[in-house]
Design a protein around this ligand. Structure first.
Ligand code: COA
Length: 316
C-alpha cells in the first residue's frame, strides 16, 4: 500500500486555555504544563460530515484523483450525530463518490486499524484506490463542567487516499481489554422487558494516570517490537508520528526510546487531542510542509480506549 495524497480540516473556532477559565477553575499554566496544549479548534456551527468531506477533497486533490476514482471509503469515527447511517455514507454523497463505505470505531487508534484494513483490501484486489478517513468531535463527548477531561480535546478530520505500492512495511495491532480506565456509555432506549438500570452518565470517563501509564507502556512495546522485527536502529527512523494525546506522553516515549526529540512531531499545542483524526491531520501538515522526504522511514503509533493500540512502519 502507498499513500497517494493527504488532507485535513479543522473547525474555525479557536478555543485557548485562557478562554476555558470561563467554564471551570483552571489555568493556562496547569493545562500547558500537564498536557502541552495551548489551544484547540472546536466545532460550533459546523457538522462533522462537512469537515470530513473537506479533508477528503484535499486528500483527493493532493493525490491527483477524483471521487469517482475511489473504490472504497473506510471511515474511522467514535462519535457522530447519526447512529445510522454511518459517517462514511454521508461523506460519500458530499464528495460525489459512488463506492461502498464502512465505518470503524477503534477509538483513538482507529486510523491505524483503518489503514490496516485498507491494505488488506488492496492486497486482495477488492479495491485499487481507497479513501481512509478519520473525523472526530471528542469535545462533544466530555462533560463541560469536568475540567479533568474538557481541557484535553479538539475536533477535526484527516484523510488519506491510498493505492497499490510498497510504502507500508508492517502494521501491528493489539487490544487488551481494559474498559474502566477510559470509556463512555450512550443512552439507549429501554424496552418493556428491560430489567437493567438505564445509563445515567453519558460523558467520557477517564482515569488519567492509568491511561497515561498504559499509553506509554503499550506504544513503547509496539514500537520496539516493530524495530526488532525489521532490525532497525534509531538512525534508521526519521519520523515518529504518534497519536497527539498529551505532550508528556510523547516526551516519555521519546525519552524511553532514547530518541532525538526533533523526530517526534507534535501539533497538539494547536489542536488538542482529536482522537483518531490526530495522526492523519499531523501527517497532512508534515506532507504539505515538505518534511517527509523520499526514503524516510516513519513510525506511526496510536493508543486509546479498549485499550487498543496500532503501530505501523512506512517508508516514504
Ligand atoms: N485545571 C486545573 N487543575 C486541574 C485540572 C485542570 N484542568 N484537572 C485536574 N486538576 C487538578 C486535580 O483536581 C488535582 O488537584 P488536587 O491535587 O487538589 O486533587 C490535580 O490537578 C492533579 O490532578 P491529576 O488528575 O492527578 O493530574 P495528572 O497529573 O494526572 O494530569 C492528565 C491529568 C489528564 C493531564 C494526565 O493524567 C494525563 O495526561 N493522562 C492521559 C490522558 C489522555 O491522554 N487521555 C486520552 C487518551 S487517548
Amino acid at each position: 500500500m502507498k499513500i497517494l495524497g493527504t488532507g485535513s480540516a479543522l473547525p474555525k473556532m479557536t478555543l485557548t486555555n485562557d478562554m476555558l477559565t470561563q467554564y471551570f477553575d483552571t489555568s493556562d499554566a496547569w493545562i500547558s504544563s500537564r498536557t502541552g496544549i495551548k489551544q484547540r479548534q472546536v466545532m460550533s456551527d459546523e457538522h462533522l460530515e462537512d469537515l470530513a468531506a473537506e479533508a477528503s477533497r484535499h486528500a483527493l486533490e493532493n493525490a491527483g484523483l477524483t471521487a469517482t476514482d475511489l473504490d472504497f471509503i473506510i471511515c474511522s469515527n467514535v462519535l457522530d450525530e447519526f447512529i445510522s447511517p454511518p459517517l462514511g455514507c454521508r461523506v460519500q454523497s458530499l464528495i460525489g463518490a459512488q463506492c461502498p463505505s464502512i465505518n470503524m470505531n477503534g477509538a483513538c487508534a482507529g486510523f491505524i486499524f483503518a489503514l490496516n484494513t485498507a491494505e488488506a483490501y488492496i492486497k486482495s484486489g477488492i479495491a485499487k484506490h481507497i479513501l481512509v478517513l478519520a473525523a472526530e468531535m471528542p469535545t462533544r463527548m466530555v462533560d463541560w463542567t469536568e475540567r479533568g477531561t474538557a481541557v484535553l480535546f479538539g475536533d477535526g478530520a484527516g484523510a488519506m487516499v491510498v493505492g497499490e505500492g510498497s510504502q507500508l512495511k508492517a502494521v501491528h495491532l493489539a487490544t487488551k481489554s481494559a474498559i474502566d480506565c477510559l470509556y463512555q456509555k450512550q443512552f439507549i432506549n429501554s424496552t418493556p422487558f428491560d430489567i437493567q438500570e438505564a445509563n445515567k452518565k453519558s460523558a467520557l470517563q477517564m482515569e488519567g494516570r492509568e491511561v497515561f501509564k498504559l499509553a506509554v507502556s503499550s506504544a513503547m512495546k509496539d514500537i520496539q517490537a516493530l524495530m526488532t522485527e525489521f532490525k532497525l536502529e534509531s538512525k534508521d527512523i526519521q519520523h515518529y508520528i504518534l497519536h497527539q494525546a498529551n505532550t508528556r506522553i510523547l516526551d516519555s516515549i521519546c525519552l524511553n526510546l532514547k530518541e532525538d526529540k526533533s523526530k517526534f512531531h507534535q501539533n497538539i499545542q494547536r489542536t488538542g487531542n482529536t482522537s483518531s483524526a490526530s495522526i492523519p491531520i499531523l501527517m497532512d501538515e508534515l506532507n504539505r510542509e515538505g518534511k517527509l522526504k523520499e526514503g524516510d522511514r516513519l513510525i506511526l503509533s496510536a493508543f486509546g480506549a479498549g485499550f487498543s493500540t496500532g503501530t505501523c512502519l512506512l517508508q516514504w
